[in-house]
Design a protein around this ligand. Structure first.
Ligand code: SAM
Length: 396
C-alpha cells in the first residue's frame, strides 16, 4: 500500500493522451469488467462514471443498462474530446469537471470510478461524499491500481528523484497512490453502505518491444513527461527504458507485467423501495384479418426475410404468426374486426435497402421513398393487409 501524501495540495493537472492510453485498451479493461460484474442494480436509470477517460468503458455501461442515462465526468479536455465522439444525447453524455467538485442533479443508481481515484490525493476522504449521492439500492463501485511497489513504479520514482533528474522533474509532483482493500471496505461501511472489497493480480501479457515503457507512457509517466521539455523527456525515457528492460525481460516475444488492482463496491440499502426499469422492446404486435396466414408469411418471411417462429401451443389456436430476425420480434395477431394501421407502424432497420425495395416492387407491394431524414435512407411500404411498414438503412 502507498499512502496519499496527506498534504491537501491540489496536484498539477496531468496531460492525458487518449491514443497512447488506448494502446493497451483490452488489457486495461479487464479489471473494469470484473468490477461491474459485482454491480447488481438492474433497474438503474442514472449512472455516472467519474474519471471516464476516453469514454469507451462508459459506453459499455450504457450498453449494459439500456434504459439508463449515463454521464461520464473527466477533468481532461483531451480525454473528453475522444469521449464526445461516442455521445448519444439523453443516453450517453460527457461533462468536463473535477470529480472532487462533482454533484449530481439527482440521486444516482450506479456511481463508477475506474482507474481514476489513485490520481486524487486523499480520495479515501471523498468516499462518504460520493456515497451520499446514491439512491436507495444504489451502488458505488471503483477500482484502483495497487502496484506501486512493482519495479515499474519503483524504478520510475527512483529515476525521477535521482540527483540527475530531481531538479528537472517537478518537486511538487503528486504521485498516484492507493490503499489496501481493507481501508476501502472500512470507508464504505462507515458511509453506511454494505460493502465488499478485494484485490486481484493480473498477469498482463504484452506484445512488442519496450512494452512496459509504452504501457507506462499511457498512465504513470504522464506527470513526469509533463514536467520535462521534449529533449529531457527523450533522455529520461531512454534511461527508464534501459532499467525496465532488465526488470521485465522479453520471453518468447512477450513481456509479463504483474498488475495488482484493488476493488471496492458499496451498496446503499434499498430500504424496502422496489424499483423497475423498461429494459428493451420485446416485440411489436400488428393486427391481421382472420385466415390469411399464408399471405402474412409471403410478406414477412419470404419478402422481408424474417424467420417464422412457432407460436406457443397455448396461443397457436388463435391463429396469426410470429416472426423474428436479429433483435426483431413481430407478432401478427388475428383481429375479427381488423382495420389496417395506416399511421402507427413498425420501423425495421435493414441492410441492402435498394435490393429489398426492388423485391417489394416486383411483388407488387407499394414503395414510397422518403428522404426527410437524409442521410438515413428510408421507405414506406404496406403488408398484404394494408398495415404500414417503414424500412430504413442508416449510412454505413
Ligand atoms: C487512467 S484514466 C482512466 C480512464 C477510464 N476510467 C478508463 O478506465 O478507461 C484516469 C482518468 O481520470 C481522470 N481524472 C484524474 N483526476 C481527475 C479528477 N480529479 N476529476 C476528474 N477526472 C479525473 C483523468 O483525466 C483520466 O482520464
Amino acid at each position: 500500500m502507498v499512502d496519499d501524501d496527506g498534504s491537501g495540495r491540489s496536484p498539477r493537472p496531468v496531460t492525458w493522451d487518449p491514443l497512447q492510453y488506448g494502446r493497451f485498451a483490452t488489457e486495461r479493461a479487464r479489471p473494469f469488467y470484473d468490477l461491474v460484474r459485482h454491480v447488481d442494480v438492474p433497474w438503474a436509470a442514472s449512472i455516472v462514471d467519474l474519471g471516464c477517460g476516453p469514454g469507451t468503458l462508459t459506453a459499455d455501461l450504457a450498453a449494459r443498462w439500456p434504459a439508463a442515462r449515463v454521464v461520464g465526468v473527466d477533468s481532461s479536455e483531451a480525454m473528453l474530446a475522444a469521449a464526445r465522439q461516442l455521445e448519444v444525447p439523453g443516453r450517453l453524455e460527457f461533462v468536463l469537471g473535477d470529480l472532487r467538485a462533482f454533484g449530481p442533479e439527482g440521486p444516482v443508481d450506479v456511481l463508477v470510478s475506474n482507474a481514476t481515484l489513485q490520481w486524487v490525493p486523499d480520495h479515501l476522504g471523498l468516499i462518504a461524499r460520493l456515497s451520499s449521492f446514491l439512491a436507495p439500492g444504489g451502488v458505488l463501485a471503483f477500482q484502483v491500481p495497487g502496484n506501486f511497489t512493482e519495479p515499474s513504479h519503483v524504478l520510475l520514482r527512483a529515476l525521477a528523484e535521482s540527483a540527475r533528474w530531481r531538479d528537472r522533474v517537478d518537486p511538487d509532483l503528486s504521485w498516484p497512490a492507493s490503499h489496501d482493500p481493507a481501508d476501502y471496505l472500512v470507508a464504505l461501511r462507515s458511509a453506511g453502505l454494505e460493502a465488499l472489497a478485494w484485490e486481484t493480480t493480473y498477469l498482463q501479457v504484452l506484445a512488442g518491444t519496450d512494452a512496459v515503457l509504452e504501457w507506462m507512457k499511457g498512465t504513470a509517466l504522464r506527470p513526469v513527461l509533463d514536467a520535462l521539455g521534449d529533449a529531457d523527456a527523450a533522455d529520461f525515457l531512454r534511461e527508464y527504458a534501459a532499467v525496465l528492460r532488465d526488470a521485465y525481460p522479453i520471453s518468447t516475444g512477450t513481456t509479463l507485467l504483474p498488475y495488482r488492482r484493488v476493488f471496492a463496491v458499496g451498496q446503499r440499502s434499498a430500504g424496502g423501495a422496489r424499483r423497475h426499469a423498461v429494459a428493451a422492446l420485446d416485440h411489436a404486435q400488428l393486427a391481421m384479418p382472420v385466415g390469411r396466414e399464408d399471405e402474412c408469411r409471403s410478406f414477412y418471411a419470404a419478402l422481408l426475410g424474417l424467420r417464422e417462429e412457432p407460436k406457443p401451443p397455448v396461443l397457436a389456436a388463435r391463429g396469426g404468426c410470429w416472426f423474428s430476425g436479429v433483435d426483431v420480434h413481430i407478432h401478427l395477431g388475428v383481429d375479427p374486426d381488423f382495420q389496417p394501421s395506416a399511421k402507427a407502424h413498425v420501423a425495421l432497420r435493414v441492410v441492402g435497402i435498394d435490393v429489398l425495395a426492388s423485391a417489394l416492387c416486383a411483388a407488387g407491394r407499394p414503395v414510397q421513398w422518403d428522404d426527410e431524414l437524409s442521410p438515413v435512407r428510408r421507405l414506406h411500404t404496406e403488408d398484404p393487409f394494408g398495415n404500414r411498414v417503414e424500412l430504413l438503412e442508416p449510412p454505413h
